[in-house]
Design a protein around this ligand. Structure first.
Ligand SMILES: NC(=O)c1ccc[n+]([C@@H]2O[C@H](COP(=O)([O-])OP(=O)(O)OC[C@H]3O[C@@H](n4cnc5c(N)ncnc54)[C@H](OP(=O)(O)O)[C@@H]3O)[C@@H](O)[C@H]2O)c1
Length: 263
């Protein structure tokens, strides 16, 4: 994607892009002309395959490893991407830790792990994108603006007691979206995208997943393509900031007593 004032292709960093939803977001954005920096932690082979698929669509892509429990590694990530592509225009924060705890098993260690990867890392990446765009503006670029999309979860609007630390980390990220949208404007827009049940996990059989996926006012929750197209829209629409798109077939309008993976 390029604009008249910026003839080079636009570059997006998608975190957790080796597999699952992050991979679909990377492919959708590549198909729209974005050069994609594919972040991964442990899924090296999947990241290599995602990069190859993105490069076939957009001409350039590269993979970048970083463990988001390590602040120094998070801080180094965006500069590494800038070093490779020359510039970065957007960040999609899809990487996420999703480990179970509840009121009985809660402890500081689990909370801190979730806050580091699911809250701290997206904020540091937004901060780094803002600093990078400020530097480009100071160097004379007329329209140095970018966007951050944070993957949230419909369960913030439809709470249950499961995955306490994960939910707290996403609630903090949702609140950070408002604060960052105010603090980083006009350089950086910040938009949330909140999927419903989209992909299954090892905790659910295929049959149970299909049954739960239908459990929504629209009779279907979100598909990876639905979520990826909402991310693409959030990146493209220059009037959006400080808000969240719920892409969940309306699941947030229903009440669930437990997390889907434990129903
Ligand atoms: N899937 C759903 O149905 C659903 C529903 C609601 C919301 N969401 C949200 O949508 C996003 C994508 O969902 P998903 O199911 O694709 O996520 P996922 O498979 O649970 O995790 C995505 C990636 O996050 C990376 N990751 C985890 N911990 C990390 C860490 N400490 N440092 C760096 N990377 C780390 C992992 O990369 P490696 O594999 O390379 O280690 C993993 O592949 C998440 O933010 C999730 O909360 C998903």
């Amino acid at each position: 994607m390029s604009s008249p004032s910026c003839p080079r292709p636009r570059t997006v960093l998608v975190t957790g892009a080796a597999r699952r939803l992050g991979r679909q977001i990377a492919l959708t954005l590549a198909a729209g002309g974005w050069q994609v920096a594919v972040h991964y932690r442990a899924s090296t082979q999947d990241a290599i395959e995602t990069v190859a698929a993105c490069a076939r669509l957009a001409g350039a892509s590269a993979h970048f490893e970083a463990d988001f429990s390590d602040e120094a590694a998070v801080r180094a990530l965006l500069p590494r991407v800038v070093g490779h592509f020359g510039a970065v225009d957007a960040v999609v924060n899809s990487a996420s830790l999703f480990e179970h705890d509840d009121a009985a098993s809660f402890g500081f260690a689990t909370l801190e792990q979730h806050l580091r990867s699911n809250t701290g890392a997206p904020i540091v990446l937004a901060q780094a994108l803002h600093a990078h765009l400020q530097a480009r503006a100071a160097a004379g670029e007329a329209d140095a603006q970018g966007a951050v999309v944070n993957l949230l979860d419909q369960k913030l609007w439809n709470q249950n007691p499961d995955f306490l630390s994960y939910t707290l980390s996403k609630a903090a990220l949702e609140a950070a979206g408002t604060m960052l949208a105010m603090a980083l404007a006009p350089r950086v827009r910040v938009v949330g995208v909140a999927p419903g049940l989209t992909l299954t996990s090892h905790l659910l059989s295929d049959e149970k997943f299909q049954q739960l996926h239908r459990l929504s006012p629209l009779g279907r929750s979100s598909t990876p393509e639905d979520v990826a197209s909402a991310v693409q829209f959030a990146l493209a629409n220059r009037a959006l900031t400080g808000t969240t798109l719920l892409v969940d077939g309306g699941q947030h309008l229903m009440k669930f007593e437990r997390d889907f993976s434990l129903m």
